[in-house]
Write a protein that binds this ligand. Structure first.
Ligand code: C2E
Ligand code: CA
Ligand code: CA
Ligand code: CA
Length: 275
């Protein structure tokens, strides 16, 4: 709003209304989405470059709305956090992912994304324990992907939760590595099992010397800290060869497979096995 010449408030109502209304409408739809079973998990293979085979899958949340169509997670997960829906939604994701992964061959891991507020929920450790108990999934097959934002503030509770989960046998990966602030200090606060190199570096690594050197530095850091490094967003053979040359342990991206519904997992595994 803005003061006009006559000392009255002039609101730019139509525009403000429109964006507010569409946000409210999205909020209402999101609140109903769980009951209406509009969520699904898609799975994207993570490829082990040394063993030359799939090591597991990352679960990626999908919302299919009858009128909106497909709503990408970047558009509704932040909203779910804001309106307090992330706890039940995150719990659904964990239960579903564990339940499905329990049917896969034992050597395949399942990676689940956990948002900051979900992780900071005091009940989070119980949610994990329940998902593992209900599915009978062996805990070492479950990997949680967290971002640096979880570690922001470096609270002792966060570190304690991470250690508790690790003591239960879960693996912890640091997602989108290199995009947040003071990344290096976070590597000191907790012994992560894995570093996922953000796709922005992977995308540029074949073209830009700076990105190539950053990938090299991250893999060498991971190696010396005993952490697995995974290159995200590998789309071309050139990028794959670059990641191999830099010593990345794993790769993930459209070159191998897009995220697929659970029903297409077997055929995805087969097609990757046959080259
Ligand atoms: P993320 O965890 O970094 O997931 C990787 C994203 O990159 C996914 O987008 C995936 O589809 C996409 N991707 C994979 N390979 C390639 C590639 O080769 N090229 C390109 N251009 N993209 C690729 P998606 O599924 O849209 O998810 C976006 C973000 O939403 C995720 O980023 C994650 O932060 C969040 N997210 C997804 N599912 C969940 C969930 O269950 N819980 C929470 N808290 N966050 C989730
Ligand atoms: Ca992730
Ligand atoms: Ca990522
Ligand atoms: Ca991301």
């Amino acid at each position: 709003s803005k003061m006009d010449g006559r000392g009255t408030w002039r609101f730019f109502e139509p525009a403000m209304d429109a964006s507010l209304q569409s946000r409210r409408a999205l909020e209402i739809d999101l609140r109903e989405a769980m009951d209406k079973q509009e969520f699904a998990l898609f799975y994207q293979p993570i490829y082990d470059l040394r063993r030359d085979r799939i090591s597991g899958f990352e679960a990626l949340l999908r919302w299919q709305h009858p009128n909106r169509g497909f709503v990408p997670p970047d558009q509704f997960i932040p909203l779910a956090e804001e309106i307090g829906l992330i706890a039940p939604l995150g719990e659904w994701v964990l239960n579903r992912a564990c339940e499905q992964a329990a049917n896969w061959p034992d050597e395949l891991k399942i990676a689940v994304n956990v948002s900051a507020s979900q992780f900071r929920d005091p009940k989070f450790a119980d949610v994990i324990a329940n998902a593992i108990d209900a599915s009978a999934l062996s805990p070492h097959r479950l990997e949680l992907e967290i971002t640096e934002s979880v570690l922001l503030g470096n609270s002792s509770e966060t570190i304690a939760t991470l250690h508790e989960l690790k003591a239960r046998g879960l693996r912890i990966a640091l997602d989108d590595f290199g995009t947040g602030y003071s990344s290096l200090s976070y590597l000191r606060s907790f012994p992560f099992d894995k570093i996922k190199i953000d796709q922005s570096f992977v995308r540029d690594a074949t073209a830009t010397k700076g990105s190539k050197l950053i990938v090299r530095a991250i893999t060498s850091l991971g190696r010396s800290l005993g952490m697995t490094t995974t290159a995200e967003g590998v789309e071309t053979v050139e990028q794959l060869n670059q990641m191999k040359a830099e010593g990345c342990n794993e790769a993930q991206g459209f070159l191998f497979s897009r995220p697929v519904p659970a029903t297409e997992l077997a055929s995805t595994i087969l097609s990757l096995r046959n080259g």
